[in-house]
Design a protein around this ligand. Structure first.
Ligand code: TRP
Length: 331
């Protein structure tokens, strides 16, 4: 059975883009692999969150992942900060990580450009911490998007370097697990091609949005005056509405509006009203579960503790063996 590891950034509540992206695939993977999914709260310290924001965002993603179907009995679901073995492995890996290679990482260069007054060592060594997250469980597969390929390449570099330095084959080479075709890209409501939080309020539908909020957001989605001749290609914002409908609505609903578009008698107001109701129906089960989980601290504590214990079992073994390989020996 393959060992799968992936980290979840604690960014607060999840939207439909997250759901159709990583989340649904995690839910599928937990059935057939030994999965370790953790909330990357050590990593988030690079941006210096307040204690309240840190905890609040961790809680929101934990609740949303559970509500959406991540099963703590099947996957090991834990907080990165509950596994200090990761921090120890990070220290070991940093001894063999070179300034030049870390400075060349695209995500580091981007951050250094966008936040020039906070270029801290945590940002620079983000790839070593991510490598530690992955190889602490000796993972084979890492389900991540294209934007993480370079970090994963670094992980392989660090794992191989460790093996070479100590003349061992201890760490396997983890590969990106790409869902390719199965990934449904969810567009934003503002006409942009991607639903995302940073794109601004109103661009994303969150799993816990109230029906009234969803209606307001969808009705505000960008449209135009409509097609004037049959067969006209759809402008991006219109294409987006159809793509959202494809993900959320019944096939016959989609067909109805496709035909209306082709016949140039589409009414975007009606289409958005329908889309809003379908989005409300789609998110309803999540909304209810999120609400009940949010107030169930006892259950959340139980889930976190169970994850911590299972993750610790795997990580403690690795650290014990790594210490021995490096040459730390008890007298
Ligand atoms: N870097 C990942 C992201 O930005 C999060 C992450 C941290 C991660 N550690 C990881 C992903 C280990 C996969 C494996 O989304």
């Amino acid at each position: 059975m393959d060992i799968v590891v992936s980290g979840i950034r604690p960014t607060g509540n999840l939207h439909l883009g997250n759901y159709f992206g990583a989340l649904r695939n995690f839910i599928k993977m937990q059935e057939e692999n030994q999965c370790f999914f953790f909330i990357a709260d050590y990593h988030s310290l690079t941006t210096h969150p307040t204690p309240a924001d840190l905890h609040g965002n961790v809680k929101s993603v934990l609740v949303d992942y559970l509500a959406a179907g991540l099963d703590p009995e099947k996957a090991t679901l834990y907080l990165q900060s509950d596994l200090p073995e990761t921090a120890e492995l990070y220290l070991f890996l940093n001894m063999n990580a070179y300034l030049g290679e870390l400075e060349r990482v695209t995500s580091f260069k981007d951050k250094a450009r966008t936040q020039p007054d906070n270029i801290n060592a945590g940002l620079l060594t983000y790839p070593t911490l991510m490598a530690a997250d992955i190889i602490i469980h000796k993972a084979h597969k890492v389900p991540v998007g294209k934007d993480q390929e370079q970090h994963l390449e670094m992980t392989r570099t660090f794992a191989n370097r460790f093996n070479r330095l100590y003349k061992t084959e201890y760490f396997p080479e983890p590969v990106a697990y790409n869902f390719g075709e199965q990934l449904i890209k969810i567009p934003g409501l503002d006409g942009s091609t991607k639903m995302g939080k940073s794109e601004g309020e109103g661009n994303a539908i969150f799993l816990n949005d109230d029906p009234s909020v969803i209606r307001k957001k969808v009705m505000k989605a960008v449209t135009d005056s409509g097609p004037t001749e049959p067969g006209q290609p759809k402008p991006q914002p219109i294409e987006n509405l159809f793509n959202l409908m494809k993900a959320l609505s019944k096939p016959e609903t989609l067909r109805f509006f496709e035909e209306a578009y082709d016949q140039c008698n589409i009414r975007y107001g009606d289409m958005k009203k329908q889309l809003a109701e379908d989005a409300i129906a789609f998110t309803e089960p999540f909304r209810e579960k999120i609400e009940s989980l949010r107030s169930n601290d006892e259950y959340l504590r139980k889930v976190a503790l169970m994850g911590k214990e299972k993750a610790h079992e795997s990580a403690a073994k690795t650290i014990r063996e790594v210490r021995e390989i490096i040459g730390f020996k008890p007298f």
